[in-house]
Write a protein that binds this ligand. Sequence first.
Ligand SMILES: [Mg+2]
Length: 266
Amino acid sequence: MTTGTTSVEQAARALVARAGEVALCLDFDGTLSPVVDDPEAARPLHGVVELLDPLARRFAAVAIISGRPAPYLAEHVAVPGVRYLGLYGLQEGYQGEVRVDPRLEAARPAVVAATEALADSPAVRESGAWLEDKVYAVGVHTRRVDDPDRWADAIDRTAREVAERYGLEIIPGKMVWELRPAVRGDKGDGVRRVVAESGARSVVVVGDDLGDLPAFAAVAQLTTEGHDGLRVAVRSAEAPSALLASADLVLDGPEGVLDFLRLLAA
Ligand SMILES: [Mg+2]
């Protein structure tokens, strides 16, 4: 693992020298955008969008691979030529078109029905919990509810009951329950697709969280198949040690990523 400034510069120089063969796969939250309390308020760090434009022209591919929906990524990082792999690669936006994994599309009516059932439930109605329409999933949020602890059990029961009724999975989080189809995407599939479709011989993955580990694993796999790869972890107070331990390079926060992108665009 290399962390010094010089090695970041060396890594960047080596990538710039063969930019046309290199695919850049970037996570969004915590990588391009600082983590914020309100997930809807996440925006790329100032300066990122301007840098991605020349990078998308020069590199074999620039892709943003995230758990967020592709249209969200396209809206907030609007750069021609950038590929947006949303929902962990199950959805892709590129040059204005959006493709979705057919298994997810097939489950959409169940998500709509579950959203309606949640909206009609006493627990959601009486607590004032916010339903987040994620198109292929629905989130029940209690962060802005008065006294969320008081409602946690009732909402948990309701969310589980509705998920079961419509054949959805439930993913509980901090003051959020997400109901979604049991269709798995992983960022590693997204990385492999970007590399295959761009014809890149080299791949760089940048991420800050556990969800980026499959992308790191894809890089390791690709290097055994004759590609070059660089796994870049973004350090923060919450960065998982497993990610930092398997990184070839560590950057300090989204600011460190911005500096790295500057070197790549220079
Ligand atoms: Mg992240």
